[in-house]
Design a protein around this ligand. Structure first.
Ligand code: GDP
Ligand code: IMO
Ligand code: MG
Length: 419
């Protein structure tokens, strides 16, 4: 069965939630394979706005199932908050979520550590303070707790004691964490989730079932925030490319669609390289037009023009074979728009760098294109065509508003333009 992966092709917030929601009714399983509550995916169900941080964006009106896979770091308290919101409008929906027992947890002290480290860094990263870095660091240094550990309270208590013994030695009084409170809190959350009907199983044991079902992978963050391929150290702590689908023991093949979500301009939250970033005043205009304020932290998103070398890099890193363009409508009324077509580094014109670090010194070289009054204006189609030529990948869908239905295949879009 052909699979679909929906991946952020820039620095996150491209509109992945909306795009997943558009396709989700045609899929049996929607799998979030990475990240945690640092993500904020805005979707509209029946015209009402929801922001999913951890829950996969399943389709409430069909029978689709959401899997929170072991590539994620899970704050169970946050899962409960999101489920409670969904339950008020879609009673019983909790039963349609599966939590992978091998997923790692974000515990209260991870969020504390995230905030402490950010406050102590000479140059902060600008994290969301949702505990991502500390939880994934504990995973690789073998000091973390997994969902499956919650089945054995006695061992859990001992392990938590050992972990917090070490952390208290490192952080001293700065960390305000009590073993008993963490232990009781997480077991209560586990019990609540089971009462709500959430299923706990290992995605590996679902493997056979997934083979014959329609599977959609919901990416989080964007390729440029990937721990391995992004603008390190200004990245998140997990995989954001489609390769992360291995966390449910699946691989994507050339038969599958790896769809990159591309905003018609670029945004970034937090610190780090951003070659096409607009100067403050110009940026402020676009930020307001696009309502570019973080769905998770409410912070200002930095804004800039579309960056084609960055996108060529992203296409290569995540093997994107399809593109959906979002938010072209936000640029309506601009007389002209700029697009970065190459970089200048040390006086030389260069294309996509092989290492994302090289963005640090890259100065954008722009081409100016005519603007559009409306996304159904021929000039926006020309903008899309220019992108396709430069990127070598087709734009297959056009999104022109936040609502799920404000989207068309490019074929329908072209027919609409030509009446
Ligand atoms: P995600 O993290 O990639 O899911 O994106 P966010 O939800 O953080 O941010 C995208 C924002 O743009 C949300 O407020 C969406 O409702 C909105 N959005 C998505 N697609 C479009 C579009 O085509 N046009 C407009 N105007 N808004 C969009
Ligand atoms: P979605 O899925 C945009 C950014 C943070 C920060 C960096 C590291 O909504 O697109 P972290 O808390 O992960 O340690 O922060 O990564 N970041 C995001 N930016 N969208 C996201 O998710 C992000 N998730 C993390 O702002 O710069
Ligand atoms: Mg977001």
């Amino acid at each position: 069965m052909k699979k679909l992966a929906i991946i952020g092709a820039q620095w996150g917030d491209e509109g992945k939630g909306k795009i997943v929601n558009y396709f989700s009714s045609h899929y049996d399983y929607i799998i979030r394979f990475s990240g945690g509550a640092n993500a904020g995916h805005t979707i509209y169900y029946n015209g009402k706005k929801y922001v999913n941080h951890l829950l996969p964006s399943i389709s409430p009106e069909t029978e689709s199932i959401g899997i929170l896979s072991k590539g994620m770091a899970l704050d169970l308290g946050q899962v409960i908050v999101e489920l409670e919101t969904m339950e008020t409008d879609f009673s019983g929906i909790s039963k349609r979520f599966i939590i992978d027992e091998e997923a790692f947890l974000v515990l209260p002290y991870h969020k504390e550590e995230d905030a402490i480290l950010e406050s102590m860094r000479k140059k902060p990263i600008g994290t969301t303070k949702k505990g991502m870095g500390p939880s994934f660091a504990d995973k690789v240094s073998r000091e973390n707790i997994r969902v499956c550990d919650l089945y054995d309270p006695e061992t859990l208590y001992e392990r938590l004691g050992n972990i917090l013994y070490l952390k208290n030695k490192i952080y001293g009084d700065k960390l305000n964490c009590d073993v008993d409170a963490v232990y009781q809190g997480v077991l209560e959350q586990f019990a609540t989730l089971r009462q709500m009907g959430v299923q706990f199983t290992s995605a590996a044991s679902l493997y056979e079932e997934l083979q014959s079902k329609k599977v959609l992978f919901e990416g989080a963050q964007g390729i440029m925030l990937d721990i391995d391929s992004g603008t390190y150290p200004y990245v998140t702590s997990s995989q954001t490319t489609a390769h992360g689908s291995f966390t449910v023991d699946m691989t994507l093949t050339e038969e599958d669609t790896v769809m990159g979500v591309v905003k018609a301009y670029t945004t970034r939250v937090g610190e780090g390289e951003f070659p096409t970033e607009l100067p403050e005043e110009e940026g402020e205009v676009l930020r307001r037009l696009g309502n570019e304020f973080g769905a998770t932290t409410g912070r200002n998103r930095r804004v800039g023009w579309l960056d084609l070398p960055q996108l060529r890099y992203a296409i290569r890193k995540s093997k994107l074979n399809s593109i959906v363009i979002t938010k072209g409508d936000i640029l309506n009324q601009y007389d002209e728009v700029k697009v970065c077509v190459a970089y200048e580094v040390d006086g030389k014109t260069v294309d996509m760098p092989f290492i994302a670090n090289d963005f640090r010194r890259a100065k954008p070289i722009y081409k100016t294109l005519p603007g559009w009054n409306d996304v159904f204006d021929l000039n926006f189609l020309k903008y899309i065509t220019f992108m396709e030529q430069e990127l070598g990948v087709d734009v297959s869908y056009v999104s022109y508003g936040p609502k799920t239905e404000e989207m068309m295949s490019k074929k329908d879009y072209i027919m609409h333009i030509h009446g």
